[in-house]
Write a protein of this length. Sequence first.
Length: 424
Amino acid sequence: MQLEKYAIDEHNHQLLKNHQRNFEHVAADVKELDTVISKLKAFNIAIPSWALGTGGTRFGRFSGGGEPRSLEEKLEDVGVIHALNRSSNSISLHIPWDIPDNAQAIKALATQLGLHFDAVNSNTFQDQASQKHSYKFGSLHHVDKEVRQQAIQHNIEVIKYGVELGSKALSVWLSDGSNFPGQLNFRGAFQNTLESLQEIYGTLPNDWKVWVEYKPYEPNFYSTTIGDWGQSYLLASKLGPKASTLVDLGHHLNGTNIEQIVSILLMEGKLAGFHFNDSKYGDDDLTVGSINPYQLFLIFNELVEGMDARNMNHATDIGWMIDASHNVKDPIEDLLQSVQAIKIAYAQALLVDKKALQAAQLNNDVALAQEILQAAYRTDVRPLIAQASLLMGGALDPIKAYRKLNVRDSLIKERGVNTVATGL
Ligand code: PSV
Ligand code: MN
Ligand code: MN
């Protein structure tokens, strides 16, 4: 299914008067309005192919109907999201959950929908029926060279798929670790991981990057071989300039100061990008901004400050992606909410009075520094985002439009009520 632009325009028309009033109200106080709007227009966040169906917990999976039955249908769903918000112009594939067997046709469909392919993700955290060796005791860190080789070859194959699709990065997340003290020699595991990654790194095309994701625990509960940003950063440094550290917001212990990690990685030129989600307890993969939107804003504040200090292009110089899972919501609605939350945090960060903040910091004026940050955070920037979307041909209110246009009903009619998304 594809959304017609006139239907979105027609819906916008009904909201336009209200929007204009709200926009003028907030715009009056925005110093560099044109710059803010053009930055919002340029900003895009990739959609993971595995988030288009209802996610599973080990206790159950409850499809809401009309879920995509193929990679083509997943592309169509991202096309719907992008048509509505004009900020989701790429998809990130997880292989082998989504194998682009006919890369040329898949690429042509993506182009027709205005989409391209973000990082490709390898998967050595599950066993596939066709594989010779098991990853029960790890993959790139495994004590057995043959298992490591199998995992290395898988990553090389994923790069090949990515090249066919026009991706420019390989994203590696390993579940490798141990469940019990004594199970693993930490140095041996780290060394094996480094050597395996070096072999993969050696096959990267010139214009490619490898993003090394970390996670403290789960599925292993005693140690994880790439458990935190220090271990990821160490690997990325040893690998070379094409390697950097990917921050998944859910992959931190409670209370971790993620914004400080982001700031230091940026300073070192080693921040690959993000997997956005939100969490209360662990790797909950909840909708971005649903639990702690202030933290998201503080992260974006560091991003904007740090990227500007290095003259980086906000939209293109690091990877922006959602990594979430939805048990009870319509996945498309959830993704629309996530993208809006990211853009809200970004717009608020753009509004921070940086000169005043720097002056307050140099004067150790702690109360004023807080006032400055929170003045930006407490601004209702939604009309700015709506304006950017409108100017790009998107919906003023993507979720309202999605519901008004009965998209899910059409998907259920087309695909059936009992569909369960492929993959996972
Ligand atoms: C692992 O928790 C993770 O965040 C990694 O990014 C995976 O690639 C993704 O989830 C999907 O399982
Ligand atoms: Mn992730
Ligand atoms: Mn995760």
